[in-house]
Design a protein around this ligand. Structure first.
Ligand code: AHR
Length: 522
């Protein structure tokens, strides 16, 4: 049966379905080896991070049960509804830097009686503690996601951390289990991941790896998830090109009764070349475009270098490499509140997301969890809000397009004849690709064309049977900094994308500056 969607073609699909390439250059060859599948791409690679930072939670997600903005027990219906379409597998909370200043007892019980603290990390604003543990678990329940709770090692105590885990996960008759029941939740919560501190090298306490490893072992000794809770423990690792944390921690986070399942890693993309070179999220030229994409591609080397350290000390691959903060970080939007890390999100961010996904997939055996920074209104967000208004960003659309890769089996591929894309002295490969066999049995191919001026013709070969057609969606726009606004919410939105084999060849005409995800018809 020919499953090629004729209706979509008639409606003006973006791609053509001819065997002959549209551009003069020889096509990029993608050879997919469907016969030799690789490791599973964990759904947790598509995790998201929600911190008590700016309007990331308050206003963006949480409006409170009394709000005129439609909500369910305080959580916005519009935002939660949109996020559900992404099948968000995991939400990391409450920080970030905020995690190491957070004391969980501040956030339980009647909201009117909770203490007001100062969020010293992010703008010095009042932290009302209206969102605490029970509200967070309500959010993940509404989303159908798992919880990644980040504990406070920097300013907390081992006892406090231990009691938080007991409050969340203990069944039975302990005082903390009964306290949770009195707060409305008799059944223990599931804590899928638990972080022991965050960025210990900086806001988490300015420690050396040696100090942190000692502290990790001491704290982790006392944190006992309740029966049936298979919590994975994440040690707070390094960042950027520094592999010393992974190297040291992978040898020293073990001890009697101490569990470690992963080491975290943070890398933020700015046009660069260093952290001061953030520049604007919009209104940039091609040199900032290519610099950003080139900087984000460094994730490949960072992962490979850290994985080499893990392979040296943990050849059985017990430890995952958890990239639990990643995404773009630009200059804050003009007029936004200091410390709120508010930035626009453009087509460039969509390509950044897709390039990172393709890199994570290539390291699926180690990179078994990540969380993008952040979910709503902060840094590279899925969603932006303003009062009761909401808009989906280009990054949201890429997350949605990549849903079939969650828990899919990675499939190796080789790229040949991939032209360099060069501008202003920076060169990167024009095309990036990733393939996987989805849970529905279909073979998916994701493609990125980084060149903002030239179409890339991609000749797709599937080892063995071949592919007769491809259908899916593509994300592109006329301008490099195209973005969605409350007034024009679909300026950047996915469009149908398809191709059919002709003369034994399946050629996809990938538009300039685009991301495409297609199912291949074998
Ligand atoms: O995501 C914003 C901040 O970036 C996080 O709180 C911190 O961990 C990192 O430095």
């Amino acid at each position: 049966m020919n499953r090629f969607p004729r209706r979509a073609l008639a409606a003006g699909i973006v791609a053509a379905c001819v065997g002959a390439p549209a551009s003069a250059a020889a096509p990029v060859a993608v050879a997919i080896d469907a016969v030799h599948p690789g490791p599973v791409i964990s759904k947790y690679v598509y995790g998201q991070f929600a911190e008590h930072l700016g309007t990331g939670i308050y206003g963006g997600l949480w409006v409170g049960p009394g709000s005129a903005i439609p909500n369910t027990r305080g959580w916005r219906n519009d935002v939660v509804g949109a996020l559900k379409a992404l099948h968000v597998p995991l939400v990391r909370w409450p920080g970030g830097c905020f995690a190491d200043q957070y004391h969980w007892r501040d956030g339980i019980g009647p909201r009117a009686r909770r203490p007001v603290r100062i969020n010293t990390n992010w703008g010095g604003v009042d932290e009302t503690n209206a969102v605490g543990t029970d509200e967070f678990f309500d959010l993940v329940g509404q989303l159908g996601a798992d919880a990644y709770v980040n504990g406070n090692l920097g300013s907390g105590t081992a006892r406090e951390m231990s009691e938080w885990m007991e409050y969340m996960t203990a069944a039975g008759n302990s005082s903390l289990a009964r306290l949770r029941a009195r707060n409305g939740h008799p059944a223990p919560y599931k804590v899928a991941f638990f972080g022991i501190g965050n960025e210990a090298w900086g806001c988490g306490g300015n420690m050396r790896p040696e100090q942190y490893a000692d502290a990790y072992r001491r704290f982790a000794t006392f944190v006992h998830p309740g029966a049936g809770n298979d919590t994975r423990f994440i040690a707070a690792g390094g960042h950027d090109d520094d592999t010393s944390w992974t190297d040291y921690l992978s040898q020293h986070v073990y001890g009697w009764g101490v569990r470690a399942d992963g080491i975290s890693f943070h890398y933020y993309t700015s046009p660069g070349p260093d952290k001061n070179g953030k520049y604007g999220a919009t209104g940039f030229d091609e040199s900032r475009w290519i610099q950003t994409l080139s900087q984000t591609r460094r994730m490949e080397d960072f992962i490979a270098n850290n994985v080499a350290r893990l392979d040296a000390h943990d050849p059985q691959k017990k430890l995952m490499f958890a990239v639990d903060e990643w995404g773009t970080w630009y200059d804050a939007e003009e007029g936004s509140k200091p410390g709120f890390l508010q930035q626009q999100n453009t087509l460039r961010d969509a390509l950044v997301a897709a390039l990172n996904f393709n890199i994570f997939h290539a390291h699926a055996d180690r990179v078994r969890m990540t969380s993008i920074a952040q979910m709503v209104n902060v840094l590279q967000a899925m969603i932006r809000t303003d009062g009761g208004k909401m808009v989906l960003t280009p990054t949201y659309h890429v997350f949605r397009m990549y849903v079939p890769f969650q828990d899919a089996v990675s499939v190796p591929l080789k790229l040949a004849n991939n032209p360099p894309y060069t501008f202003g002295g920076v060169t990167i490969p024009a095309v990036s690709a990733s393939a996987a066999r989805g849970k529905d049995g279909r073979l998916y191919l994701a493609l990125v064309n980084a060149n903002p001026r030239e179409t890339a013709d991609v000749d797709v070969g599937v080892g063995g049977a071949g592919a007769s057609a491809a259908s899916g969606t593509v994300l592109t726009a006329a301008a490099m900094d195209a973005h969605n606004t409350f007034a024009a919410p679909r300026a950047v939105a996915p469009a149908p994308f398809a191709a059919r084999a002709a003369h034994g060849r399946l050629v996809l005409h990938l538009p300039a500056k685009s991301v495409a995800v297609v199912a291949l018809h074998e």
